[in-house]
Structures are given as C-alpha cells and as structure tokens.
Design a protein around this ligand. Sequence first.
Ligand code: SF4
Length: 308
Amino acid sequence: MGTVEEVRIAKRTGFCYGVREAIDMAKEASAAGKTTHTLGQVVHNEGVITDLERLGIQTVDTLDDVDHGAAVVIRAHGVRPDVMERANARGLEVIDGTCTWVIQEQKEIVKLVDEGYTIVLLGTPKHPEVVGLLGFAPDAIVVDEEEDWERIPRRKRMALISQSTQPPWKFEKLAAFMVGRSHELKIVNTVCPVTIRRQEDTLESAREVDLMVVVGGRSSANTKELTRLCGIAGTRAVQIEGERDLTDPAVFEEARVVGVTGGTSTPIEDLHAVTRRIFELAEAATPAGRTTSLPKSETTNHPTSGAA
Ligand code: SF4
C-alpha cells in the first residue's frame, strides 16, 4: 500500500486538434460579441462545457433553439448536409468547426456514392460523426463489432470507409473480411492519424508502468480502445471519466509507477487533476508511520504532453 512514486502522463494527450479548433472558434465568436451556441456538446466534458457557459456559449440540441442572426458552431464531428442548409436558410451565422479530417472523410464518401459502390462504413451507429456521414451516403451499411459483419451483403463492387476514431486493427480486419464478399473492393482509409499516434503512445507508456489510468467518456470508442491496448501490453488498466471516479486507494496497491492517458476529448487539465488525485490516494493508502515517496514537482516527473 502507498507505493506510488511516480505518475507519467503519456505523450501527445489532451484534446486532438479537431476538438481544440472547434472550441477555439466558439470562444473567438463569443469574444467578438456574438451570441454563440454550439450544436450539440462541442466535447463531452463537463468542465469544458461549464467554462463555455461562463463565457455565455450555450449548447443547443437543435437549430430551433438558436435565434435568427446568432452564431452556431458546428462541432468537430460535422453534421449532415441538410443541417448545414437549414442553418443557413434560417439566417444563422454558421461557424463550421468540422475537423478537416472529417471534411476529407465526407468528400471521400460522396465520391464513393458517385462511383456507385455499395458502401460499408465502420463506425458506431449513433455517433454524431457517423450520423453526419450518413447524410452524404444514406444507403451506406454501418457496422461496428465483428458480430455485425455477417450483415454485409455480397456485391460486385464494394467500398470500405471508416469513422475517424475506429481502431486501425479493426479496419484492417474488416477489409480482409470484405475481400471474400466482393469482386472489386475499394478501401479508403480514413482512420485519423491523431488517433493512431495516441494509441502508439499509450501502448509505449503501458509497457513501462505498473498500472494505467485511462481518462475519457465511458462510451467513447477511442478511450475504450486505449484501455484495451493497455491489456494487450499486459498492464492492468482502470478507465475513468475524471478524477472524481478515483475513490479507492486499493487500486494503487503495489503500483510504483502509474501511467495516465486520455481520449481525444479529454483536456490535459483533467489528466493533471487525475495525477494529483493518484498521489492523494497513494498518501491515504500509506500505513501510519510510513512516508510515501512523492516527486518534488509534477513537471519533473511527468513527460510534457504534446498537442495531438
Ligand atoms: S480525432 Fe481526428 S478526425 Fe476526430 S476530431 Fe480529432 S483530429 Fe479530427
């Protein structure tokens, strides 16, 4: 008990550039004096939403909640084209925060529709990015876990494309599966490089520590994938949404070095808060009369996380 000496934050964590851009756009619009809304939560993180609300930026679920002339920020996931058209038709100031990588995906899927392929989209069916993509290709077949794949029909000309945050191994496995389902198979690899780099860094980190703490939304596909990768590295991992979920000092028993990583929607501040909480719990777990060895300062012991 009370053995934690070091906490290491994985390299290249914090918001990915797509999420960061959308948040910055909302803040800039608000700072310019515009009545600003975001269509859907710009990021599923309570702290960030509260900060935006303090700046007067409101999250709305529908365009009907935005008054004529006000600004509406489209988040990084993008939206269906008809949503964009309706926003313009209603006289709203549309600030398009769709990530450039997602825009590329949307262009690719339109091309596949024009070329007449039967399209298979690897993604989480109700994820906003997937919903947006389906607006460009309503007939695309969305599949996620392997048990869905048998639903994929046999067609002469098929194409495979992916939601940006799907794990690369799953995309490759599905591509191999689809070889047997089609005569001509076009593969458009739209797995986001930021996601791939984050997975590599997490794997590297997991190999060097005794326990990993993965921070991100419970339903976030890219967060769950980071947890799975820790398992592959043979390192025990706990997945949490934030520091408040860390309540049991026993989790850190016998862990000397703990790694911390986070999904693309997890701000670096949350990882720092988790780091502090781990040290608090390590202290709590220390039997009376024994001192936990803590680092002199957080920065000395934590590799700086770069931008995603
Ligand atoms: S994960 Fe990649 S594609 Fe998705 S918003 Fe972030 S940078 Fe863009």
